[in-house]
Design a protein around this ligand. Sequence first.
Ligand SMILES: [Zn+2]
Length: 145
Amino acid sequence: MASMNTEVSQEHYDMPDPYNLYAVEVLKFPAGWRWFSLNSSTTGRKKVPEGFARIEGAVSPTGKWKDRDPTTELMFVCRLCEVRQWFKRWAALMHGKCDVCWGTGREWFGWGKDTGHRYKQCTTCGGSGKPSDAIEATPSETRTS
Ligand SMILES: [Zn+2]
C-alpha cells in the first residue's frame, strides 16, 4: 500500500520527545526508553487525576512494542505541565531553543489531504525560535538551605 504524504520537516524530526527525555534524564529510566502509551483520561479504569498522565513504555530495538525488552518495561505518572515546564527549561538551557517550534520559528497546526503539513508562526517565541524569557529557576535551584 502506498504511504500517505507524511512529510514532516527535518527540524521537527530532530525535536526530542519531552516524555522520553524526561523519563531518561530525570527519572533515570534506561537509555533509549520511549513511551508507547500515554493515558490522560480522567474517566474509565485507568483514570488519572486531571492534568496528569500515566505513561508506559520500554526500550525496543525495533521501535515496536512487541519487540520490547521486558526488563525495561516501566511506567510513571506525572503532571503534564510539569514535564512541559521541565522540557522548556531543558530546551532553553541545553540548546537555546524554543521548546514548541524547536528553533524553527514555525509551529505545526494541522495536516490536510491537499495542503500536507501546515505551519504557522510560532506563538510561543513569536517566530524567533529562541526561548521565551520566562525561564525561571526551579524551587530546588533557588532553595538555599
Ligand atoms: Zn517557537
